[in-house]
Ligand binder design. Structure first.
Ligand SMILES: [Zn+2]
Length: 408
């Protein structure tokens, strides 16, 4: 198969069941990412169905009682008798972290401490949802990284990788493990659906590990591993910017030896309980008064309840759209088709209407945060348009392939 310089197949295909594209990148290990590396992309079976849809097919036949029992067994092994914290729940007060923290506490009698890596730039609604989550009745550890370092890493990640959301992902991945390790808590439970995104090679490898509920390689680094942030080695950033290695501590993954010493178990709740994004939204609304995007929907998509707390969210999905020709509406619609919330036909028209819409609302905030000019921004964006995905027509960039072209 012919592949582009980023490793994506040059023949564009869309899943016949949902609307996912074979150009979708599959989560890479963030602290290894370097400029120009080849990425893994979504895998399809011989019938043209993406592996994520195949997972949903299998999921329908899961014995959820058995899976819940597995979860209960793990929780039983970890539950503290004296009321001290026994599980770390990472999150921001979005619908999924609300759901998992509440059921762990109320249904399974655990003693969670919630842990939050602050968004790069808070939105008002995100801050409000975060506060209501804590007000509901949780202890919370909020970590806010040094803004100068965060801004610098966002800039590097944008310029070198067109991946401005990387600092958040790095922090999100490392904070919970570091916190658990320091407090000697042995269990971390995430509320989001990793398994639902098991659509590429890397994730399939993870699945093998996860059978034993072992740690995943996204969450730690080998002890002597060279770490890259924003595509540049930490030593080089320090040299170039006259900074100390310790300035980046919060963004570095936990070491494998520390991880082993902590004997940490990291779970995704969706491996044990049947998850539905819409039901979680109603749950969160009822329990903590979770609020949706006040604009009615988020830019670049039709949904109003996913990824709301960071002003950089829209930028993240937009840069992803540029690199892969599929954006935030595709991400949301594919998940909703798999969860039978919308049909494929509806998904196609939603993708046609909203995918790739430029999220202009916080454009200035991004430029200031990354310390780049508007001109630099657009030059970088255009540099990442792959020729098998994009063409310029009368001065306008157009996608060569879109799922809604099927309609014609
Ligand atoms: Zn699919």
């Amino acid at each position: 198969m012919e592949r582009s310089k980023f490793g994506s197949p040059t023949e564009v295909k869309f899943c016949k069941n949902c609307v996912e594209s074979n150009q979708r990148f599959v989560s890479s290990v963030q602290h290894k990412m370097v400029e120009g590396e080849k990425k893994d992309t979504a895998l399809f079976d011989e019938d043209g169905i993406c592996l994520s849809c195949k997972y949903f097919e299998r999921k329908e036949k899961f014995d959820w009682n058995l899976k819940e029992k597995e979860l209960k067994d793990i929780l039983d092994q970890h539950r503290s008798q004296d009321g001290s914290y026994d599980v770390v729940v990472p999150g921001s007060g979005g619908k999924d972290s609300i759901w998992v923290s509440i059921i762990l506490k109320e249904k399974y009698n655990m003693h969670p401490i919630t842990v939050t890596w602050a968004p790069g730039i808070y939105t008002d609604v995100g801050k409000k949802n975060y506060n209501s989550w804590i007000d509901y009745g949780f202890d919370n550890f909020l970590f806010t990284p040094n803004k100068k370092i965060h801004g610098l890493l966002t800039r590097l990640a944008f310029l070198n990788l067109l991946h401005p959301f990387q600092p958040f992902v790095l922090g999100q991945n490392s904070l919970a493990s570091r916190f658990a390790h320091s407090k000697k808590i042995k269990l971390i439970v995430y509320g989001d659906g990793m398994a639902e995104k098991f659509i590429g090679k890397i994730n399939k490898d993870d699945l093998k590990d996860k059978k034993d509920h072992k740690i995943m390689k996204h969450h730690y680094a080998e002890d002597d591993e060279k770490i890259f942030l924003g595509g540049v080695s930490v030593d080089e950033i320090c040299d170039r910017h006259k900074l100390n290695k310790s300035d980046f501590n919060a963004f570095l993954p936990i070491k494998k030896s520390e991880m082993n010493e902590a004997n940490l178990k990291i779970l995704h709740i969706t491996d044990f309980l049947n998850y539905n994004p819409q039901e979680n939204y109603y749950f969160a609304k009822e329990k903590t008064g979770f609020e949706v995007n006040p604009d009615g929907r988020s830019e670049g998509t039709y949904t109003k309840y996913q990824s709301l707390d960071d002003k950089l969210d829209g930028l993240h999905y937009y840069t992803w759209f540029i690199k892969s020709g599929r954006g935030r509406a595709t991400e949301d619609a594919a998940l909703e088709v798999r969860n039978k919330i919308i049909t494929r036909k509806e998904a196609i028209s939603l993708v046609k209407k909203y995918d790739g819409e430029f999220p202009k609302k916080y454009f200035n905030d991004w430029l200031i945060h990354m310390n780049i000019t508007e001109k630099q921004f657009y030059e970088k964006i255009d540099e990442y348009r792959l020729p098998h995905l994009w063409e310029k027509n009368k001065g306008q960039w157009k996608l060569k392939h879109a799922v809604w072209h099927e309609e014609n």
